[in-house]
Design a protein around this ligand. Structure first.
Ligand code: FAD
Ligand code: SIN
Length: 481
């Protein structure tokens, strides 16, 4: 099968790119599960941009650089903040129900931002964006969506990408295109505790690496400070916006502690808050408390969080929420320039899988949805490079019938959590690399969804550990003990 643009992934980056690309040709979008399943769909806090007349591009630029420990690509950050307001307007025009009062966007605050700068839709901003983009994609006759289709290999010859191999209904198929777009999202599932859904198995990084593309900054895995910490409950995210709206962090004695760690206290950049919580947690449980606020206000401002916590017996309007950090976001990834070009011709990457450099060593809150839409919007740069002819190159991989992937995935998650987590030691990193390498070498040849995910997780995990070992000093969310 042939098409013009092959898009892998249906989060904000893939959907937005598909919509833009449909103006220039046929798009085939493949996605692992249902079209709505992605990290995007779970985004809570919102999307950051300069939307208030008192705010400035310079301030958003500076906050992003500061959170990223100035490891960021300056040109990229300038581009990101400049395009931000236009992208929020685009989403509004498409119908995203961002909250407004008298026609003016309401804004919330999150860690590392020096003012209220985050547009939101309750505490389910991602779902609101996803809904809007999916509706537009479904109406578009130039876009075909293949659900339950897993990209398993990129088809590359002489450093040029011609298409991909994917798995659908247990059959290995191929598709060729003029441009292949990785929009496969993050890698949270590499860790035992993560805010990310099951799809986040780092497939894009592994596909790109096997195809010969350059990767960068893999060591910068961001841990979100406040995931629910309750036995028997999932690692559910409790948005940073809860702190933005007045939530306080407390130790097991009910005392606040963030003043001991940073002048911005609860709203310090994420890496600092996450490590502070981990340190306090050595002495006992840590809580996020917003029970001093008006209960009715909390129920309407955070309806998803309120209902989910109630399901686990926690009433956030009356009691503090037990929290701990969990793996949340991959700041590095497939190295791209500001046009989304990887080091392999005709292969592009957008969104969380891509390393544009805008996040530096630690992403500023709510800059991820923004990055994904800003860079995936620049379609003209991709169109300029398209070639007329698509070459069909052969694929040899066979379907591998039966493979019990879950125990392998659990083992990888344990290794990553223990040795490549929030605080890293040289010996642990070496052990992780060795153990992950052993897992990789034992996995059978062939393609099968669980097997492919396990391979991708082991490979990416090993590459993250390797990158973490190379960076001997601590920086941002990479912390060496
Ligand atoms: P995703 O939205 O993750 O989409 C990736 C897509 O690729 C999925 O459809 C997946 O199924 C598909 N895919 C993956 N591998 C394959 C494969 N092999 N074959 C086919 N398809 C594949 N960021 C913010 O800016 N603001 C927030 O408020 C915010 N809150 C968050 C809350 C949570 C709980 C989480 C987990 C993240 C949050 N983030 C937030 C981060 C943000 O949601 C993500 O970084 C962003 O949505 C990534 O978008 P994406 O399009 O790159 O990837
Ligand atoms: C959150 O709502 O806390 C997540 C925001 C983000 O990841 O940027």
């Amino acid at each position: 099968m042939k098409t013009d643009f092959i898009v892998i992934g249906s989060g904000i980056a893939g959907l937005n790119f598909a919509l833009e690309a449909s103006k220039y040709g046929k798009v085939t979008l493949v996605t692992k599960k249902g079209v709505m399943e992605s990290n995007t769909n779970y985004a809570q806090g919102g999307i950051a941009a300069v939307l208030d007349t008192h705010d400035t591009l310079e301030s958003h630029f500076e906050d992003t650089m500061k959170a990223g420990c100035y490891h960021n690509c300056e040109d990229g950050v300038r581009y990101l903040v400049r395009e931000g307001p236009k992208m929020v307007k685009k989403l509004l025009d498409l119908g995203t129900p961002f909250e407004q009062k008298s026609g003016v966007l309401k804004l919330t605050r999150e860690g590392g931002h020096s003012c209220r700068r985050v547009a939101y839709s309750g505490d389910a901003t991602g779902r609101a964006i996803d809904d809007t983009l999916v509706k537009a994609v479904k109406k578009n006759e130039n876009i075909s969506v293949f659900e339950e289709a897993v990209a398993t290999e990129l088809l590359v010859q002489d450093n040029k990408c011609h298409g991909m191999q994917y798995l659908r209904a247990n059959k290995v198929e191929t598709i060729y295109g003029k441009a292949v777009i990785l929009a496969t999202g993050g890698a949270g599932q590499l860790f035992k505790k993560s805010t990310n859904p099951e799809i986040a198995t780092a497939d894009g990084v592994a596909l790109a690496h096997r195809a010969g593309a350059k990767l960068e900054d893999l060591e910068f895995i961001q841990f979100h400070p406040t995931a629910l910490n309750k036995k028997g409950a999932p690692t559910f995210l409790v948005s940073e916006a809860v702190r933005g709206e007045g939530g306080k962090l407390k130790n097991s004695e009910g005392k606040r502690f963030m003043h001991n760690y940073h002048e911005m206290q609860e709203l310090a950049p994420r890496d600092i808050v996450a490590r502070a919580i981990a340190k306090e947690a050595r002495k006992g449980e840590v809580y996020l408390d917003i029970s001093h606020e008006d209960p009715e206000l909390l129920k309407t401002r955070f309806p998803t969080i309120y209902k989910t916590l109630m399901g686990y017996g926690i009433d956030m309007t009356q009691q503090p929420i037990p929290v701990l950090p969990a793996a949340h976001y991959m700041c590095g990834g497939v190295k791209v320039n500001l046009k989304g070009e990887t080091s392999v011709k005709n292969l592009y990457a957008f969104g969380e899988v891509a390393r544009t450099g805008v996040h530096g060593a630690n992403r500023l809150a709510s800059n991820s949805l923004l990055e994904a839409i800003v860079f995936s919007n620049n379609i003209l740069e991709v169109v300029k490079t398209l070639e007329e002819e698509v070459e069909e190159i052969a694929v040899k991989t066979q379907y591998y019938k039966e493979f019990e992937a879950e125990p392998v995935k659990r083992e990888i998650q344990e290794i990553m959590w223990d040795h490549v987590g929030l605080i890293r030691k040289e010996q642990g990193l070496r052990q992780a690399m060795q153990k992950l390498g052993e897992i990789e070498s034992k996995l059978p040849e062939g393609v099968n969804r669980g097997l492919s995910e396990a391979k991708n997780m082991a490979l990416t995990g090993r590459l993250i550990a390797e990158a973490a070992l190379k960076r001997k000093d601590s920086l941002g969310c990479h912390f060496r003990d």
